[in-house]
Design a protein around this ligand. Structure first.
Ligand code: A2P
Length: 269
């Protein structure tokens, strides 16, 4: 099994989790059951995905003792303390408890993310959630949280994949003990057609998705590949039987072109 990552609050984070972004509510219960059956120990949800009630139905049927459940504060309408607490309550209720809570986007033009972070600190210090972190934060946003609160996020979940390896952000994370967790790690599936990755996969006799998941883990990050298909869910986390060597990593590095499949952190307000 791929080793867990140690977070700055001393808890353990499974390196490979599965995410519920764009999973339709009507199949979410089954996808969560399939994910748990496939051995995933980290479920990445969010208020915005509008499938937490359905995910909670599945979680009520499984052994949760070894499972980490994450959600995120959306904050499009309001970012004040009451709004954060209301959102947290709703996600906590739907999922019957939360292990990880993240700020989904900084929404920096509103200039409230430091206050949102203070509310997450309050939730953590009150024992409501073990791990707090952020998503889609740049170095500047992270630095401001650290300077103004002294509390370093445990996780920054950002778009990361071979087209967008995020070297500078990763280096900042490494200096501050923040885990990089990749969303859209397969480039929303578009990287699965890439010939360079296909050639690496053929050399190792594995799937292109397995190569990409392995690449994320070998760079020291956490990764959230998404699939609604039980066979793909299962195979995407089976990355123990091979290692990407220097040649593989060098070839994959040539794909870096800064291409995004989702919003830039500064564009979502
Ligand atoms: P599906 O749900 O039909 O498997 P990302 O994690 O980068 O957002 O990519 C998710 C997309 O990649 C989904 O469309 C998913 O489709 C597809 N996908 C995930 N795993 C695989 C795989 N092993 N082979 C082919 N497509 C995959």
């Amino acid at each position: 099994m791929t080793a867990d990552l140690v977070l700055n609050d001393s808890s353990l984070l499974p390196a490979v989790g599965f995410g519920l972004f764009q999973v339709p509510p009507e199949i979410t219960e089954q996808v969560v059951l399939d994910g748990v059956a496939a051995g995933y120990r980290l479920l990445d949800g969010a208020e915005f995905y509008t499938n937490e009630v359905e995910a909670g139905r599945a979680l009520a049927q499984v052994d949760r003792s070894d499972l980490r459940v994450a959600s995120k504060f959306w904050g499009e309408e309001s970012q004040d303390r009451d709004a954060v607490l209301r959102s947290f309550d709703a996600s906590e209720r739907a999922l019957d408890g939360l292990d990880i809570y993240l700020i989904h986007w900084p929404r920096a033009s509103r200039n409230q993310y430091v206050d949102v972070w203070r509310t997450l600190i309050e939730l953590r210090d009150g024992g409501r959630v073990r791990t707090i972190g952020v998503s889609n934060f740049t170095e500047a946003h992270l630095q401001r949280l650290i300077d103004e609160t002294g509390v370093v996020p445990a996780i920054n979940q950002v778009e990361t994949h071979p087209w967008l390896p995020q070297h500078e952000l990763r280096a900042f994370h490494a200096r501050h003990g923040i885990v990089t967790q990749a969303w859209s790690p397969l480039g929303r599936g578009r990287l699965l057609e890439d010939p360079v990755l296909g050639a690496v996969a053929r050399r190792h006799g594995v799937s292109t998705a397995q190569v990409i998941v392995r690449w994320h883990v070998q760079l020291g990050g956490a990764v959230l590949p998404r699939s609604t298909n039980p066979d793909r869910l299962r195979s995407n986390r089976q990355i123990e039987g091979f290692v990407l060597d220097d040649r593989d990593m060098a070839e994959i590095a040539t794909l870096d072109c800064g291409r995004r499949t989702g919003s830039h952190p500064d564009d979502r307000q």
